[in-house]
Design a protein around this ligand. Structure first.
Ligand SMILES: N[C@@H](CCC(=O)NCCCC(=O)O)C(=O)O
Length: 241
């Protein structure tokens, strides 16, 4: 039996330029730090769909991170891609293989921001491709102020896994997204909503822990943010080998 649950953390993929003249991976340190603070052992997962099953045989839980890109609308019947849609096909192919495999195993999954959107799609949901064009009087979901500060509040749905994790009805959250979950799939419920009605969190009702939040709890903007990681890692510990 492992002492710490092994948490697979997905990476962003960058084209040559900047750090390296070759393709490279990137991820903010606070993703790993927030998992470690929660008592998990974070491990980075390079993009290799052919290794997904072996990764899933090894880890106790999956953290699907965010990034400045979008899920391909063809994956949720979204029709033509909005002009603002940016794709990272290799990353999405790997993350989708990992999420689908984890769901099949009922392995705990936490999706953050774009990772929440991918989880929603894997659960049969759809996305709003560009909030400003779809939501009248929408808040600034790509907040102008630093992401270490709140962008807006969310209302947490009572009786949900998220409500039990954070122990409250409202939270201040940061916001760095132009898309959002539009409709949830079967056996999936909305657990958080912004004041303008934009969905800010979803969870499966038929898995032990399949939770996504649109904001970035790894920044710990709200005192309750770390409790989301704590609940996720605790679920991984219970599910662990
Ligand atoms: N498709 C999503 C992506 C949202 C997201 O993951 N944002 C994070 C920005 C980069 C980072 O700091 O991780 C959208 O709605 O834009």
């Amino acid at each position: 039996m492992r002492t710490l649950p092994l948490i697979g953390v997905t990476l962003d993929a960058e084209q040559p330029g900047g750090y390296s003249k070759l393709p490279w991976y990137a991820l903010r340190q606070n993703y790993f730090e927030s998992v470690a603070r929660a008592g998990g052992l974070p491990i980075a997962l390079p993009h290799a769909p052919e290794l997904a099953e072996q990764y899933l045989d090894t880890i106790d839980g999956l953290l699907v991170t965010g990034g400045a890109f979008d899920v391909d609308p063809s994956l949720y019947g979204g029709g033509p891609a909005h002009p603002t849609v940016a794709l990272k096909q290799g990353r999405t192919a790997f993350e989708l293989a990992m999420v689908r495999g984890a769901l099949e195993r009922d392995m705990p999954i936490l999706g953050i921001c774009g990772g929440q959107q991918l989880l929603a799609v894997a659960l049969g949901g759809t996305l709003i491709q560009h909030i400003p064009d779809s939501v009248p009087d929408a808040l600034a979901h790509e907040q102008p102020n630093p992401r270490t500060e709140p962008g807006h509040e969310v209302a947490i749905a009572p009786g949900t896994l998220l409500a039990r994790a954070v122990g409250g009805a409202r939270m201040a959250v940061n916001s760095a997204h132009h898309q959002a979950v539009e409709r949830t799939g079967p056996d999936t419920v909305v657990n958080a909503v912004a004041p303008d009605g934009v969905i800010e969190g979803i969870e499966s009702t038929r898995h032990r822990f399949a939770l996504g939040v649109q904001w970035h709890p790894e920044y710990a903007v709200d005192a309750a943010d770390q409790s989301i990681l704590d609940a996720f890692v605790a679920a991984c510990r219970r599910a662990g080998r």
